[in-house]
Design a protein around this ligand. Structure first.
Ligand SMILES: [Zn+2]
Length: 289
C-alpha cells in the first residue's frame, strides 16, 4: 500500500449555536467526561470465574502524542477538552470495528478467532502531532516506513477557531476521519481521492460524530465529490446492498487497483454512474437519508 496523499480536511463553515454571538466566544470549553470506574470492593477471589466474555478485538498500535508548543492556545484547548489517553485508543477501536469487524467469539478465549473477509493493515504506530498550520488535519506515512508508521497532523490554529462547546466533539470526529486514513486501502494509490475521503467520513458518520453542518440530503456534483457528500452516498449503498458494502469496497482496494469500468460492476453488478443516478432520485423522493 503506498502512502496516502496528505489531503487536508477542509475547514467547515463557521458554526453559530443558540446563545453564541460569534465563533470566538470566550465561553469555557466543556471537557468530555472521563469515564467513571467504580472502585472494586475488596473481596475474595471468585472461586468460579465466568469465562471471558469480552468481545474479540484487534491489537492496538503504539500510540504517541506530540505537542509542538505547550504555549499554543489550541494545544491548551485540546488538553482541556479531551482525555487523549482515552480518546485515541477508543477512536482506533471505532475505526477497526467499522472497517474490520471481528466475528463474535463463540467459545472460550483459547479458541482461534473465526476468520473474516477483512484484512486489518499492519499499522504499528500512530503519532498525533498538534501544531499550528492551515487547514484542519492530514495523515501521512513516515518517510522511512509509510506502511507501518503513520502521523496525523492536527491544526491547533483550527482548534482555536471551533466554538468552545463543540471542541471535544470536533476533535473526536476529525480524529476518527484521520484514523481511517491510517487503516484504509487505496488500490495502491489508484482510488479516487473523493472515495478515500468519503470512506473516512462514512466511518465518522457511522460513529455518530457528524458535525452539525452535515446534511443528509446534500448531494454533491458527482459521486466522488468526497467527504460527507460521498459518505452519504456510501451509506445509501450500504442500505441498498448490505451493511458490508463499504467494507467490501475497502477490501477490493486492498486486492487490486481501482479500475473503471469494472470495479463497481464486479462488486455490486452496476456502474457507479447508474447507482449515483438512483441515489439522487431516492434523495429527491426523501429516501436518501
Ligand atoms: Zn481525509
Amino acid at each position: 500500500m503506498s502512502p496516502l496523499p496528505p489531503n487536508t480536511t477542509p475547514v467547515p463553515p463557521p458554526i453559530f449555536e443558540p446563545g453564541m454571538t460569534s465563533a470566538t466566544t470566550t465561553t469555557a470549553p466543556t471537557p468530555s467526561p472521563v469515564p467513571h470506574r467504580p472502585k472494586q470492593p475488596d473481596s475474595e477471589p471468585d472461586p468460579d470465574p465466568q469465562p471471558d466474555t469480552k468481545p474479540p478485538a484487534h491489537p492496538l498500535p503504539r500510540i504517541r502524542l506530540h505537542l509542538n508548543d505547550l504555549s499554543d492556545a489550541g494545544t491548551s484547548l485540546f488538553l482541556s477538552s479531551v482525555s487523549a489517553a482515552e480518546l485515541l485508543p477508543s477512536s482506533i477501536r471505532t475505526v477497526q470495528s467499522h472497517l474490520y469487524p471481528l466475528a463474535p467469539s463463540t467459545c472460550s478465549p483459547t479458541t482461534a478467532p473465526t476468520p473474516t473477509p477483512w484484512h486489518l493493515p499492519p499499522t504499528r504506530s500512530i503519532t498525533l502531532i498538534l501544531r499550528p498550520m492551515d487547514g484542519v488535519a492530514y495523515t501521512s506515512g513516515l518517510e522511512l516506513d509509510p506502511v507501518h508508521h503513520k502521523e496525523i497532523h492536527l491544526s491547533t490554529t483550527y482548534l482555536s477557531s471551533v466554538p468552545a462547546s463543540r471542541v471535544g466533539a470536533e476533535i473526536a470526529g476529525v480524529l476518527v476521519h484521520e484514523l481511517v486514513h491510517c487503516y484504509q486501502y487505496n488500490g495502491s494509490g489508484t482510488a479516487p481521492g473523493g472515495l478515500i475521503e468519503g470512506i473516512a467520513d462514512w466511518v465518522r458518520l457511522g460513529a455518530d460524530l457528524a458535525p452539525p453542518h452535515w446534511k443528509a440530503g446534500e448531494v454533491g456534483e458527482k459521486w466522488d465529490a468526497g467527504y460527507q457528500r460521498t459518505a452519504y452516498f456510501l451509506a445509501w449503498l450500504a442500505r441498498r446492498f448490505g451493511g458490508d458494502t463499504v467494507r467490501r469496497v475497502n477490501e477490493k482496494l486492498r486486492a487490486g487497483k481501482y479500475e473503471e469500468p469494472g470495479f463497481w460492476v464486479e462488486l455490486l453488478g452496476r456502474e457507479v454512474g447508474d447507482l449515483w443516478e438512483e441515489y439522487k432520485e431516492s434523495v429527491k423522493k426523501g429516501k436518501g437519508e
